[in-house]
Write a new protein. Sequence first.
Length: 377
Amino acid sequence: MENKTFTRKELYDLVWSESLPSLSRKFGISDNGLRKICIKMNIPLPQAGHWNKLKAGKSVFIRKLPESYAEENEISLAYRIGEKTFTKSPLIELASQIKNDPQIKIEVPLKLTNPDKLVLAAKESLKQKQNRSPYVGVISCSPNELDIRIAPENVNRSLCFIDTLIKVLRKRGHEIKIKNNSTYAIVKNQEVKICLKERLKKAIRKNVYGSEHTEYNPTGILYFKMEGYNGKEWIDGKVKLEDQIPSIIAKMEVESQCITEMKLENEKRWQEQREKQRKQREIEEKKENELFLFKEALAKASRWHKANNLRNYIKAFEENCYSTNALTEENKLWLEWAKKKADWYDPFIEMEDPLLRDVDRNSLLTKLNTSSGRINW
């Protein structure tokens, strides 16, 4: 085994060329560990079903590598060269710890003993159920009860399994709740949707008239399902479902931790994005304010020049009246009026004028006329 350094772009190319479980077998890290590294380095990952779609020849969506990334751009991983044995993954290690925990006795009884209240309610509900088409021979709990669907002959086994699972979850500090007709395990503050069901076999039947209909018949094979982005099913096989409880709980805990870390990373990115947007808004507001102040300064400078030009004109007009002996009473009144208007327009004086109170000095347009509802500027 030797260390190999990958750039962010090289790691992106890797995770889009091969599945995480497959890559994890080549490196000294679990698939969850590799996923955490990608999340930290802001590397998008293929969605659930990506590799199955590729295998089936279907088109898939490949997310581009985000360019905005200012942290460490390289990662060193232990590359396995021809090794077939490697250390256990964190998931396997945790399942082993749960199984061997002396404070938790994981043993599914043959009969219910002091069942949890949710299990007791499910037991009473299943007793009252009748077979429901199209699931011939299968019964389910009522809404707002544990999500269980099994054949009547497997009721006791299913209840003993789910009761043991719930008790172990609670000893591990977790909870179970029913919400919106679904069952959730609350693991490390994350909701994990779960259910216990029996595999059904599809069969096409014909009635006496020759018409076909579909039946789904129970097989006696139970499976426990954890839903979600990285969900999983545990099914009866060489290892009975009852013996897979440590693996089930370990998977819940590991995935809940991953979800928590993903949410924290997402929140961190959102905070960074919000901060970036806030700073951008500040820049835009400052820019608008600067532009407003500059335009106002230009407008006042223009008014100052115009006011001085107006005074020069008034002075020339007055001198002309004296030189031509045309200083009539009418011209005297105009000169007095014009000098006041120059003082009203001058940005350094801005003398009040009752008649022009609703006029903007910069644009010389009338402001909002509230009586008529007319806006002139």
